[in-house]
Design a protein around this ligand. Structure first.
Ligand code: AHR
Length: 785
């Protein structure tokens, strides 16, 4: 019989703030997403630096005979100086299309309509209409009139009620007579934002996050924080928190690294408030004065300002009213400190330049705020040179956490379930700040659930969050994402529900458990070694491949004629091998292009292979990747930049071991791990406050598993001491095909189901269905001992 025995009094570790969320304004997650503003380009600041297709009129239209102009002289304020000047006759109009297909307004809801205006004339009368084009007419949802007076900028505001629902609406400003006026910050907000905050969050999205019960929120982003200019006043600067405070009309427009404009409407103050509203601890990520994409770093002599900026943020979050930044927070409306406990310096930084600078931040924070937990950065992969550099720096400096990121195939996760088992849990802890298994299918979600049971069980892991979180379906920068949305609907993926169940039912402490009869391991890919085609492809690069020599175990050396490699992604087949051990050596000279080449090996078909990326990503890497079912994972990483010089390259594939040499120096050395399935993936915890015991079980196999579950005091008691199990709440995801996904047409296809059972015995027998994830919550405090 298969058994799971949970030891109620055998606590392994505190689970702390283990599971939380990561928010980044990519995929229009903030602007056009969770930030409830319905007008796009409200302050006419869009420009081609944000996106080559943008200009000051983006998202705006006009009637034929109206004159308009983007102006900047004597603007509303210094940081945000562009505005719209309009001249026209009665009935001429301008209109804003919002995001997606237009503005969504719901019948019966109230909206705050506002703008800043001025006129040279005595007055200017305008009508603002929220409407949408129906088949042959215009449906008006709400309208109101304003009279603009005076040469000085004034704010005009009205609350309007939507009389009908519109989904593809426009905000239309119609002149009431011949007029000339200036407009800026044209804004439309639902009144009913999340927690009723002004300048707040879109309710359905924010509620979906709140309902997850996250322990923390990492923000304001990943690449978004550290990409850009070191000049804090530049439009494309790194994310500098001080620029995001104060009246929204004074916040500068920012180039968002994901190819759009960032209003900074959600700034640091709003992030802190949001954390408070959803009960999550804030984890801000600040740039470390180093851009890993360009290798550019602020001179050490000028680093003091950057370090001070971090100290000021801590003061802003936690300082009392006598401090400068504490009193600024109070003036903004929050006299109570936010109680920030964590701070992260850097995101995916690679390069000594970052680690040299990190130490300065670390020392200063430790000295002034010894209780703040400091998070270092381990680069974008689960392994390799950047990863090791990060860990070395974390150990040297005594970082409390190190931020790890990896996006890998489900097969990688299945091969690496025990990734953190051997990690030392006594020093720096892992913050798995970004991870996902490249998909929103039920299978992806189940694999992530299995991996999360191991995150719960790994003492070295202190914090973990899935990424990315949000995506507007019309502005996709990255796939997959946890929640998709358009202007009026949201779609929670199967991955969302897995994350939610882990957060909602995160215990306060991990419990020890034993299993019996659950030790079978099932191989997922049957493969003796990495046989198959070996090919070369130019990675947007052309060049000469020559002197190709192939040595296969037990065979005569094969020499292949060289060739000119076109930069057109054509694959040049060198050989097809059945051998366990094969060595390929050749020369490569780049002629044109910025990157290098890809050597594919162990190729079974176009979706299943391994690859040496020589000059991969942005010509930063010599990586080995594995690809299963079209999804890739980095399994070895070295930093390397390809130049226009001759190289001697060698790859040695011996069984599952892969080694590479560049100019006779060994570079990559790694082993491909085959994915396998464990019979069940299990974790156990208890909730100190409620006394509940929580068992999580993932069955990734295609067979049901009948298991006896025991709760007993400790491992060394012969007899279980619990007399009855009592009420058990069981929440599960089950009964779906592995390729199933939630869609906007069928958003509730994969949702948790709940059942409650009473068990009067000291053990229970339960059948875990094939392809399923269960959370069993045993009620607290009622156990007879
Ligand atoms: O989550 C998307 C991006 O992935 C993040 O910005 C970055 O940190 C990582 O590369």
């Amino acid at each position: 019989m298969k058994k799971i025995i949970i030891y109620e009094e055998k606590v392994k570790r505190e689970l702390g703030d283990l599971f939380g969320l990561f928010f980044e304004d990519l995929n229009h997650a903030a602007d056009g997403g969770m930030y409830a503003e319905l007008v796009q380009n409200r302050s006419f600041e869009f420009c081609s630096m944000d996106n080559p297709e943008y200009n000051g009129f983006t998202a705006w239209e006009k009637s034929q005979n109206i004159n308009w102009e983007i102006r900047e002289n004597n603007g509303l304020n210094e940081e945000n100086k562009h505005y719209l000047h309009v001249d026209g006759k009665e009935k001429e109009w301008i209109s804003n299309n919002g995001f997606n297909n237009g503005i969504y307004m719901k019948c019966g809801e109230n909206y705050i309509l506002s703008f800043w205006g001025r006129t040279e004339a005595k007055e200017a009368k305008i009508n603002i209409e929220l409407s949408e084009n129906a088949d042959d007419h215009r449906k008006v949802c709400a309208e109101t009139e304003f009279v603009i007076k005076g040469r000085k900028w004034e704010k005009y505001e009205a609350v309007i009620e939507a009389n009908i629902t519109i989904c593809k609406g426009q905000l239309k400003i119609i002149l009431q007579k011949e007029e000339s006026l200036d407009l800026d910050m044209v804004s439309l907000f639902p009144k009913d934002t999340f927690c009723g905050r002004k300048n707040g969050m879109r309710k359905d999205i924010a509620e979906a996050l709140c309902e997850m019960n996250p322990k923390f929120l990492r923000f304001p982003g990943g690449c978004l924080t550290h990409t850009g200019s070191l000049d804090g006043n530049a439009r494309d600067s790194m994310y500098r928190w001080k620029k995001t405070l104060g009246p929204v009309e004074k916040r500068p427009a920012r180039k968002n690294t994901w190819g759009y404009n960032q209003t900074l409407g959600i700034g640091y103050y709003e992030y802190f408030l949001f954390c408070e509203d959803i009960g999550a601890k804030p984890i801000p990520v600040l740039p470390g004065g180093f851009n890993p994409h360009t290798g550019e770093g602020v001179p050490i002599s000028e680093l003091g300002d950057w370090v001070q900026e971090v100290l000021d943020l801590i003061e802003f979050a936690n300082g009392d009213l006598n401090t400068k930044w504490g009193s600024i927070r109070a003036d903004l409306g929050h006299p109570q400190p936010f109680g920030m406990e964590y701070i992260a310096i850097g995101n995916e930084e690679i390069g000594e330049g970052f680690f040299e600078r990190y130490s300065y931040f670390h020392k200063a924070i430790r000295k002034k705020y010894p209780k703040i937990k400091i998070i270092n950065s381990a680069g974008p992969f689960s392994t390799g040179e950047g990863y090791n550099m990060g860990w070395k720096s974390a150990k040297k400096n005594g970082s409390d956490f190190i931020d790890e990121h990896y996006y890998s195939s489900p097969e990688w996760f299945l091969a690496n379930m025990h990734h953190y088992e051997d990690y030392d849990a006594s020093g720096t802890k892992v913050f798995l700040g970004e991870y996902a298994s490249w998909g929103n299918t039920y299978y992806n979600a189940l694999v992530e659930a299995a991996y999360m049971t191991h995150l719960e069980r790994s003492a070295a892991v202190g914090l973990a969050c899935y990424a990315p979180l949000l995506c507007n379906i019309d502005y996709v920068n990255w796939k997959p994402n946890m929640i998709w949305f358009d202007n009026c609907r949201i779609l929670k993926t199967a991955n969302y529900y897995v994350q939610q169940l882990f957060m909602k039912y995160q215990g306060t402490e991990e419990l020890v458990f034993d299993t019996e009869g659950l030790n079978e391991i099932l191989p997922l890919i049957e493969r003796e070694w990495l046989d198959g085609e070996i090919t070369i492809t130019g990675n947007d690069t052309s060049g000469i491949i020559s002197n190709i020599k192939i040595d296969e175990e037990g065979q005569k050396r094969k020499e292949v004629e060289g060739f000119f490699l076109e930069a057109d992604q054509r694959e040049y087949i060198l050989t097809k091998t059945k051998s366990k051990h094969v060595i390929v050596e050749f020369n490569f000279s780049r002629r044109e292009g910025r990157k290098g080449i890809k050597v594919t090996f162990g190729k079974k078909d176009k979706n299943n292979y391994l690859q040496w990326e020589f000059g991969g990503w942005d010509n930063w890497d010599s990586n080995i990747i594995s690809v299963e079912n079209g999804k890739s994972s980095v399994i070895s990483h070295r930093i390397f930049h390809v130049e226009n010089i001759p190289y001697t390259l060698k790859i040695d594939i011996d069984g599952y071991r892969i080694r590479t040499w560049i100019n006779r120096e060994m570079f990559n050395d790694t082993k491909y791990r085959l994915p396998e399935l464990e019979e069940l993936y299990i974790s156990a915890s208890s909730n100190r406050e409620s006394g509940e015991k929580i068992l999580k079980v993932v069955n990734l196999t295609g067979e049901e598993k009948k298991v006896q579950i025991y709760l007993q005091k400790d491992r060394y008691f012969d007899m279980p001491t619990s007399k009855r199990l009592g009420k058990i709440n069981i929440v599960s995801l089950k009964g779906h095909g592995l390729t199933d996904e939630n869609t906007f047409d069928n958003p509730d296809k994969i949702v948790p189901v709940e059942e409650i059972i009473e068990e009067s015995d000291r053990k229970m027998e339960y059948v875990f269905e094939p392809h399923s994830f269960y959370v069993l919550i045993f009620e607290g405090n009622k156990r007879e001992h």
